[in-house]
Design a protein around this ligand. Structure first.
Ligand SMILES: Cc1ncc(COP(=O)(O)O)c(C=O)c1O
Length: 403
């Protein structure tokens, strides 16, 4: 499907590691190189190189706003999601009091857990946990009815697990949170690359994403209503702007990276042609991306589940195209190494979702292996993975037989 050209893919490996970070298309690399060649200064000056930096910031905000259906003035930029989440947690918690409550989930990456726990601990707020159903891997929505109450200040939940791909029902969780005037912080780092994102439809008061998961460079963003951002006072330098979203942004960003982010959004939009606004084209393109990835993913799941000795974690059909699995008698590291020797890139371990690994009983034994699909994966990559795992399983069986 992709007319995009990804130079890094020419090394002959099947890149099934996109959940840890995707490769960049030529157009993104070129946009960043071109901006650097033309010259970029710091923002706020009275000369052209500074004007170009101002434009880079503005265009980056506009692009991310189009990607998630937000407002440019509500796009806070930073180096990555973790840094920004700590910053927002610290700003929000200035208004929390002892006895207030915060809800985190076992399904989340630690970056949407620890910043909230640490902020809560500092002010004496209570942390409550939403748990997964260990038989399916789902995060049941009903439990939030019992967890959220008048003391809840914040619910932090992922839009999709970075291990199993499982997607909780964020819109319903949002409705429960909002019934009690609690805020909802949604971690969209894994989900954004794989679906149409509309932060209002999700009910996210804050939505976090990272461009390096959707074919851009390393830049993170938190998107919120600008009026909501106005309500909090993050720590900041005195000369730093007090207007939002700049109020939340520390230091000087990589302007070339911001140019790359806008180029990545343009590339995604271009997948659905050139008719309509960028926001409309993105919606259409991401719908097509989702359908295509889901078709490949079903093949991947089917292929792996038909192999003996393979255990797959997460049963839901409502998930991003990310599989978490083990092969009996191999550590995840051994399995990932054996796949790398067959030119298949996958991640292994807990990938920072340590609570989910614990809940699945995998934390003491090295987690599992993760294979995730991206826009550039072809049926051939899926076949290579399944064939390689099959070969590994067969050779284990043969050596067991010989013993
Ligand atoms: C679901 C999820 N949340 C948060 C993060 C942290 O993102 P960042 O690297 O931008 O801090 C990751 C990174 O892998 C992730 O997959």
């Amino acid at each position: 499907m992709s007319p995009m050209h990804f130079p890094a893919l020419s090394d002959g490996y099947a890149y099934l590691d996109g959940a840890g970070g995707t490769q960049m298309p030529e157009a993104v690399i070129e946009a960043m190189a071109d901006a650097s060649r033309r010259g970029l200064a710091n923002v706020g000056g009275v000369f052209p190189a500074s004007d170009r930096a101002d434009s880079a910031v503005e265009e980056c905000r506009a692009a991310i706003a189009d990607l998630v259906s937000g407002e440019p003035a509500g796009v806070v930029l930073g180096p990555n999601m973790t840094t920004l989440t700590y910053r927002v947690a610290s700003a929000l918690s200035k208004q929390w009091a002892p006895g207030d409550e915060v809800i985190v989930t076992q399904l989340d990456h630690d970056a949407n857990i620890r910043p909230w726990i640490q902020a809560a601990d500092r002010v004496g707020a209570v942390v409550r946990w939403a748990t997964i159903d260990t038989s399916t891997g789902d995060l049941p929505t009903e439990q939030f009815q019992a967890l959220v109450n008048g003391k809840t200040r914040l619910v932090a939940v992922t839009a999709a697990s970075n291990l199993t791909g499982i997607k909780p029902n964020v819109a319903e969780i949002a409705a429960i949170a909002h019934n009690h005037r609690a805020l909802l912080f949604v971690d969209g780092v894994h989900a954004t690359a794989h679906q149409v994102t509309d932060i209002r439809a999700l009910g996210a008061d804050f939505y976090a994403t990272s461009a390096y998961k959707w074919y851009g460079p390393h830049v993170g963003a938190i998107i919120a209503d600008p009026g909501l951002l106005e309500r909090f006072e993050p720590d900041k330098l005195l000369p730093q702007s007090d207007v939002v979203p700049e109020r939340y942004e520390w230091g000087t960003p990589s302007f070339a990276n911001l140019v790359g982010v806008a180029a990545a959004v343009d590339e995604l939009a271009s997948l659905s042609g050139d008719i309509g606004t960028r926001r409309e084209r993105i919606r259409q393109a991401m719908g097509t991306v989702e359908q295509r990835e889901q078709t490949l993913f079903l093949d991947l799941l089917k292929g792996l589940s038909e192999l003996p000795s393979v255990s797959l974690y997460g049963q839901s059909s409502f998930r991003a195209p990310t599989a978490f699995f083990r092969v009996a008698d191999l550590t995840p590291q051994q399995l990932a190494g054996a796949l790398a020797r067959r030119q298949v890139n996958v991640w292994h371990g807990d990938n920072f979702a340590i609570e989910l690994c614990r809940a699945l009983g995998l934390d003491q034994t090295g987690g599992a292996v993760r294979a995730s699909l991206a826009i550039y994966n072809q049926a051939e990559d899926v076949h290579r993975l399944v064939a390689a795992v099959g070969e590994i399983v067969d050779s284990l069986a043969t050596s067991r037989h010989r013993e």
